[in-house]
Design a protein around this ligand. Structure first.
Ligand SMILES: C[S@@+](CC[C@H](N)C(=O)[O-])C[C@H]1O[C@@H](n2cnc3c(N)ncnc32)[C@H](O)[C@@H]1O
Ligand SMILES: O=C(O)C(=O)C[C@]1(C(=O)O)C=C[C@@H](O)C=C1
Length: 249
């Protein structure tokens, strides 16, 4: 993301830490976030770009477009670049105060004409207006697993017929795919190494995320989407252990 912020290179886990604290979306993370997510999540830019294209296909006039767990608003921005300002309402939501503050500045700078409200709130207690596009771009993985089904049911209820949820997640492989798991995780670490992260950074970040980011399998995601009330759901993008699903109401 290019703008007036001075985004820094992520070196948060570069030095040995006595104790690795649980990962949180605080000011330190905000300062490096565009670099961190780009170098950590395979396919992040392609997914964000395609979110704009998908939104253009499925957005319905006079409905809401929600970006839940918006961080700095990259997905909101992608949709604004593909849709006219006058026909839709945008709501971008995050519960990390530092993210929300930075997101407000970034979106005001990059899509000043679009009616985007940036809310500091927990997406689990949000009252949703009728929506045609809902985005969870690497957010559901931070919601406690037992609470995920209820959240998805609420989103399905808020969507108008033909509306969509775009759900991107880090995933794991189990059951008949279990032997794939170490291979994909090793390759993800190789991906990070190729992007300039050291072994120390990779292992300290992994410890920091251990109690915070809980992955599901692709089949768990798909089944849960059908149970939540979507009529169609499937993977439209996968790169190693990162995937994005499209679910249609
Ligand atoms: C990996 S980031 C999302 C990246 C972002 N969607 C993008 O496309 O660049 C996860 C975000 O979810 C937010 N988050 C986690 N749990 C949340 C909750 N319960 N309510 C709102 N936001 C939440 C975090 O603060 C963080 O900013
Ligand atoms: O799994 C990892 O190693 C990650 O760094 C992933 C991940 C994510 O998927 O959200 C975790 C936290 C940061 O927000 C950026 C990337």
């Amino acid at each position: 993301m290019q703008d007036s912020h001075s985004w820094q290179r992520d070196a948060l886990f570069a030095q040995p830490l006595d104790q690795v604290a649980s990962f949180s979306f605080d000011e330190q993370v905000v300062r490096v976030f565009p670099d961190m997510i780009q170098r950590s999540v395979p396919g992040y830019s392609q997914i964000v770009g395609m979110i704009g294209v998908i939104a253009q296909k499925y957005a319905q006039k006079n409905t809401y477009i929600y970006d839940l767990g918006c961080s700095l608003g990259a997905a909101t921005l992608a949709t604004c670049q593909h849709l006219p300002a006058q026909d839709y309402q945008w709501v971008a939501v995050d519960n990390a105060p530092a993210m929300v503050a930075s997101c407000r500045q970034t979106l005001a700078q990059h899509c000043p004409q679009h009616p985007v409200e940036v809310l500091e709130a927990d997406i689990q207690t949000l009252t949703l207006q009728p929506a045609s596009v809902v985005i969870l771009n690497f957010t559901l993985q931070f919601i406690a697993p037992p609470a995920r089904a209820t959240l998805l049911e609420n989103l399905a209820q808020a969507l108008v017929p033909g509306g969509v949820l775009i759900l991107s997640e880090k995933v794991h492989f189990a059951d008949e795919q279990a032997s794939w798991q170490p291979l994909m995780y090793d390759l993800h670490h190789d991906f990070k190494r190729a992007n300039g992260y050291s072994d120390l950074e990779i292992s300290q970040k992994r410890s920091a995320l251990e109690d915070v980011l809980h992955t599901d399998t692709l089949s768990t995601h798909t089944q849960r989407l059908y149970q939540a009330g979507f009529s169609q759901a499937g993977v439209w993008f996968q790169y190693l252990n990162f995937a994005s699903l499209l679910a249609i109401k």
